[in-house]
Design a protein around this ligand. Sequence first.
Ligand SMILES: [Zn+2]
Ligand SMILES: [Zn+2]
Length: 153
Amino acid sequence: MPRGRRKRRREIKRVPRSEAFLPEFDRGAVPEGLVTRRQLRDMGLSPGGNDGPVAILRCKWCSYRPQWSCNHPTRGFLLRVDLAVPKRVPTLAQEWALDRAMAARQTCGDCGRRFFFCLSKKLGCCIECFDGTPVDPSSYLAPAASAAHRLAA
Ligand SMILES: [Zn+2]
Ligand SMILES: [Zn+2]
């Protein structure tokens, strides 16, 4: 049985470096003030005023081919540090609101136990209250009511 024509390896279109639409820099030769998105994140910054990359960090493979532009998936996109802004840190109130919303989705309306996962909206209660299937005791916190009771006693 003749084998089907072997799929040709996807060719990478080569573009002369002079026609590349963004300036390119080799690893280790990046001018000051330009970093990759990941470096920006590691510095606790978000892109901020950067709208799009301003330069390309050439991949390792391309350092042997300086006359061609790098359009490989391993290339990096460089952003300007001076336009970046500090990442927004959620305030305590926002975190509380988030926790309240999570609590509502994780607490059973019938038995009041809070689970470590979100309950099915359709059931509106935990599976034990729904059809008696026992739930794993390690999957929920004691109901708030009984905790208050214990404190009062
Ligand atoms: Zn490359
Ligand atoms: Zn329940």
